[in-house]
Design a protein. Structure first.
Length: 110
């Protein structure tokens, strides 16, 4: 049985990888702002969840991190998707699709 945390972590990885998919390097705040904006304010990623997740994804080789300057000239780590991260994104999307199909079947069961 999957624990609630496992689902949330997997979902967060999917959202971050998908956000970085288009090749633009992004710092953590920009990633959270993008997810919130694209989800029409329905999803909010807290810093306490994002940065440990980014660190795990960097350790897994899914993202690459490098220091740079933000639009406001602040130093920040910028993240980009790696080839391994693109493969992982495909797996995460497949897993999400299976999960949502299964949940929809249970909800729709009469």
């Amino acid at each position: 049985m999957t624990k609630k945390n496992d689902i949330l972590q997997g979902t967060l990885a999917l959202l971050v990888l998908k956000t970085l998919e288009h090749g633009k390097r992004m710092h953590g705040y920009a990633i959270t702002a993008h997810i919130q904006e694209v989800s029409d304010q329905l999803l909010r990623v807290e810093e306490g969840s994002l940065y440990p997740a980014l660190h795990r994804m960097e350790q897994e080789g899914w993202v690459r991190a490098e220091w740079g300057r933000t639009e406001k000239n602040r130093e920040a780590r910028f993240y980009s998707l790696t080839a391994k991260g693109r493969k992982q994104l495909m797996q995460e999307e497949e897993s999400w699709s299976r999960l949502t199909r299964g949940v929809a079947r249970v909800i729709g069961y009469a």
